[in-house]
Design a protein around this ligand. Structure first.
Ligand SMILES: [Zn+2]
Length: 115
């Protein structure tokens, strides 16, 4: 359904399905594949492990600020970190938790509007 003209585009809520499709498309792009490879060649070790003196090969290139939070930083080398499998899955889990907490907070503030 098309929005009427008086509803501004930027006020449109984000459709999680179209956002997911956009991210998927990005991860498959040559630009990302190339950036990812350069990053892994530059820092082939897990950066989080390395900070605690552990040497562990990295397989993932992670966005410090996730795509959902700032899409403009998707190819920004300062926003990328090489991670091994265990650090990557820990971070992904934490992000899922943070997202849920934000949703709960949003719901709570919505509820408090009725008080
Ligand atoms: Zn690690």
């Amino acid at each position: 359904m098309k929005n009427p003209w008086w509803i501004k585009r930027e006020n449109k809520p984000i459709d999680p399905f179209s956002q997911r499709a956009k991210f998927q498309q990005f991860y498959q792009s040559t630009k990302w594949q190339r950036t990812r490879l350069i990053k892994l060649l530059e820092s082939p070790l897990c950066e989080l492990c390395l900070a605690s003196g552990i040497t562990s090969p990295a397989y993932h290139v992670d966005h410090k600020v996730p795509l959902a939070e700032d899409y403009s930083k998707r190819l920004d080398f300062d926003n990328l970190q090489s991670l091994d499998h265990s650090c990557h899955s820990k971070k992904t889990k934490q992000e899922g938790h943070n997202k849920k907490m934000r949703e709960i907070e949003g719901y709570m503030s919505w509820l408090s509007d009725f008080n």
